[in-house]
Design a binder for this molecule. Structure first.
Ligand code: 2RA
Length: 329
């Protein structure tokens, strides 16, 4: 398989390469792509050195698949160029997610929707992926009426500059800052830009993307997305009002048997998901499973997952694996 990784030198791009290697994805030719200033840089993959190339050169090499993690502008401009030469694009940016002609895919939930005609496939936002992996089986059984989501998002979601600022704050070094205030010992209620309605783009992704993936626009959703100084993954407190009542034991059983989920829920032994322990793992960890006694048919969950892996790289590679397995590329 000839594969291009667009954004190969970024945090997610590096994680995509790591996951491709770990999962032994069949690659005959690897084309690492990054900005002009990175062309010629070398990246390591499977014990070999590969030179970063310009995006136009990668297009001319006609890869069968291109996994993008290079921001919305690059995706909007270049994904169609790849598609025009027959490449299938899996895009991690928000550029195509809500485009009606594009599919928004979490393989465990809706990969079956994919066909060979899908040449630009959107990878959902990290905080969406872990949410819907946990909620999809419950929605199928009890039908979700309303979600109230609070997230506690890893600093890695902001990018390498913010990670370096946090490290520098802790070591007393001076670096170029991603935030004009301290990140450490702080909680920042601001992930991505603010929109006209007072919500951030990150919060609106949590409002819009689950409805598309679960194929149900009736679900009412509100969200608050907060940045916290951890690196292991995103955490989410989710209040779920269902149309139907539920049995708590059945909820737990449904989660326990769902592919990609690990239930960690034994409060007597302090067992609950924490980003410190989800780091570098691909599963979605669910705990603090309890009924919300303040409202009928309402469940409270705590959901944690590594945002760079299942939240981005692993989900994208799983889409590529599905495409290959089903001969769609
Ligand atoms: C964030 N979800 O965490 C986004 C991904 N960059 O900010």
């Amino acid at each position: 398989m000839r594969i291009a990784i667009v954004g190969a030198t970024g945090l997610v791009g590096q994680k995509i390469l790591e996951v491709l290697e770990e999962r032994n994805f069949p690659i005959s030719e690897l084309y690492p792509v990054a900005s002009e200033k990175s062309v010629g840089k070398e990246i390591d993959f499977r014990g070999k050195k590969f030179k970063v190339i310009a995006i136009k050169d990668a297009i001319n090499l006609k890869p069968q698949i291109a996994i993008f993690s290079a921001g919305g502008e690059t995706s909007l401009k270049w994904a169609p160029e790849f598609a025009n030469v027959g490449t299938t694009v899996v895009d991690n940016s928000s550029a195509w997610r809500m485009d009606e002609s594009k599919k928004l895919i979490v393989p465990e939930i809706n990969a079956a929707e994919l066909t060979g005609n899908d040449k630009i496939i959107a990878n959902p936002n990290c905080s969406t992926i872990q949410l819907v992996v946990a909620l999809a089986p419950l929605h199928k059984r009890y039908k979700i009426k309303r979600l109230v989501i609070s997230t506690y998002q890893s600093i890695t979601g902001t990018g390498i500059k913010a990670v370096r600022q946090l490290e520098a704050e802790r070591s007393g070094k001076e670096v170029e800052k991603a935030y004009p205030f301290e990140i450490d010992k702080n909680c920042i209620p601001h992930c991505d830009d603010f929109t006209e309605n007072g919500y951030t783009k990150e919060e609106m992704k949590l409002v819009n993307e689950p409805r598309k993936i679960l194929n149900d626009d009736s679900i009412k959703i509100t969200a608050t997305a907060v940045r916290v100084p951890v690196v292991g993954g995103h955490s989410e407190s989710v209040n779920i009002e269902f149309e139907k009542d539920f049995d708590l034991k059945e909820v737990r059983k449904i989660l326990e048997v769902t592919k990609g989920i690990i239930v960690q829920d034994d409060i007597k032994n302090n067992l609950y998901p924490m980003p410190k322990y989800s780091h570098e793992k691909d599963e979605v960890f669910v705990g603090r499973i309890r009924r919300d006694f303040s409202n009928p048919n309402t469940l409270q969950l705590w959901i944690v997952s590594d945002n760079l892996r299942k939240g981005a790289a692993t989900n994208a590679v799983q889409i590529a694996e599905f495409l290959k397995l089903n001969q769609l590329i």
